[in-house]
Design a binder for this molecule. Structure first.
Ligand SMILES: [Zn+2]
Length: 87
């Protein structure tokens, strides 16, 4: 369990396993993969995302097609998805 990190959807504490950060509320489907586009999402980045913020730009992420890109991350509450923010 991660103290101080709360689910952006329901407010329950965020838990983690080897692959994901997820909501400890079984009725809630919130989860974020730990490795996104080849980059490990840190606990402090999860904290920012769950608080509705935007992370700093993460460099050198790798898209599905294999190209490299830089982007910040934010969590879209409406869609329930992590979004890339390009500046
Ligand atoms: Zn939740």
């Amino acid at each position: 369990m991660n103290e101080n990190i709360k689910c952006p959807k329901c407010g329950y504490p965020i838990a983690e396993n080897n692959h994901r950060y997820y909501c400890s509320n079984k009725a809630c489907d919130f989860s974020i993969v730990k490795v996104l586009c080849g980059k490990r999402i840190t606990k402090s980045q999860i904290k920012i995302l769950c608080a509705g913020g935007r992370t700093a730009v993460i460099k050198n992420m790798i898209s599905k097609s294999g190209s490299h890109f830089d982007a910040a991350l934010s969590y879209n509450k409406t869609d329930g998805k992590i979004e890339f923010v390009f500046e």
